[in-house]
Design a protein around this ligand. Sequence first.
Ligand code: FES
Length: 130
Amino acid sequence: MDIYREWILEHYKNPQNFGEELPDATHSFEDGNPSCGDHLAVQLKIQNDRIEDIRFRGQGCAISIASASILSEHVKGKSLEEVRNLTKDEFLKLLGIPLSPIRLKCALLSFKVLKAALYGLDRARVEVGE
Ligand code: FES
């Protein structure tokens, strides 16, 4: 098993910033992957234009959970500007493994909910807009 796969598996088995509610969350968003029904919610505590804390909850496959874990570690403590500027390609590079189009959707679920939370969207507004 190569080192990147092992790393992904480790994040799946022991996801960081994952699980219980985040007290004092200032931003949140949740969404699912319609093709499989997996669902992730993110909560952020934003203070002084910085992500002080982040928590993911929900269920998903190994790639989606591991990606959420890796993303949470990457953005925690960063400024809003840095995280807003983080591109999809940069994030995928961070994961370091080749992904099929289906797996790409898994990997990007956490990225999508994080970006939506950052821009202060709420689910009701998004649903109305669809
Ligand atoms: Fe559902 Fe990967 S199979 S997010």
